[in-house]
Design a protein around this ligand. Sequence first.
Ligand SMILES: Nc1ncnc2c1ncn2[C@@H]1O[C@H](COP(=O)(O)OP(=O)(O)OP(=O)(O)O)[C@@H](O)[C@H]1O
Length: 272
Amino acid sequence: MIEADGVTCRFGGAAGGAEGDAGVVAVDDVTLSVADGEFLVVAGANGSGKTTLVRSFNGLVTPDAGTVSVNGTPVSDDLVAARSAVGMVFQDPRDQLVAATVGADVAFGPENLGCSHAEIDRRVEDALAAVNMAGRGDDRIAGLSGGERERVAIAGALAMEPDHLVLDEPFTGLDEPARRSVLDRLRELHAAGTSVIAVTHDLRDVLGLADRVVGLSAGRVAVDDAPRAAAEKLPGLDVRVPASFDFGETGGPTGREPGEPSEHETGGPTDQ
Ligand SMILES: Nc1ncnc2c1ncn2[C@@H]1O[C@H](COP(=O)(O)OP(=O)(O)OP(=O)(O)O)[C@@H](O)[C@H]1O
C-alpha cells in the first residue's frame, strides 16, 4: 500500500519562506492511499501536481510537509525499499535509460535486485514482449526512435516486477500496436495483484481499467471516485473524458476501439 498523509511539495520561494515568496505549491496537503492491487488513475490539467505527487511515492521528490509510506515504511526511512517497491516510468523516458543496448537497459533493474541470470533473462524477455519489442535486446539505444525509447523505459520498469507501478503519461509516444500491448500487460498485472497508478490528462486508454480516479486541481484532490462518477466531474478540471464510455461490469477498456476517430470524444475543455 502507498499512503500519502498531508503531503505538500513546493518549488522555489525564498529561503525561510519570506512573506510573498512562497514559490509554487505543486502539491497541497494531499492525503491519499493506493491499496495493493488497485488500478488508480491520477488525472488533472497541466500543472495540477500529478507528476510531483507520484514522484513523492518513491522519494524522487521529498515533501516539504507530510509523509509518504510504502508498504508501511516511510519513504524517507528506506529509500531503497521504496524504489524497489514502486517502479516508475517518467514522462521523458530518455532520462531513464542507462545502458548502450535495449537488453542491457531492461536487465539493469533486475541485476541490481540480485536476480539470477536465468531470472534476469526471463524478465527481460517478458518485459520486451510486453512492449512489442521481443527479440530487440541487441538494438542500440542510440539508434531508437523516441517512442521505442519510451517502450524500453516501460520494459525496464516492468522487469523490476514492482508491487506498485507508476506510469506518467504512458502512451504519449507509443504507436497503436505498442499501446495495445502495454495496455494488455497493465490489465494482466492488475489482475495478478500489482497496483498500477497511471498519470494522465487523457483518459481514453485507462478509464476502463481503473478502479478509481483521483482528479487534482491546483495541487489538491478535487475528485476521488469510481470511474463512472469521476467521469462526470473531470471535465470541470479540464480533463477530457471519452463521450460514450461503456463502464462494463468487468471494466474493460471499451471507451475507444483502436482506430476509432476522436470526434467520438467530447466533454469539457481540453489541454490537448
Ligand atoms: N522542478 C520544478 N521547479 C519549479 N517548479 C516546478 C518543478 N516541477 C514542477 N513545478 C511546478 O509545480 C506545479 C505542478 O507541476 P507538475 O509537473 O507536478 O504538474 P502535472 O500535473 O504533472 O503537469 P503536466 O500535466 O503538465 O505534466 C507546476 O506549477 C509546475 O510548474
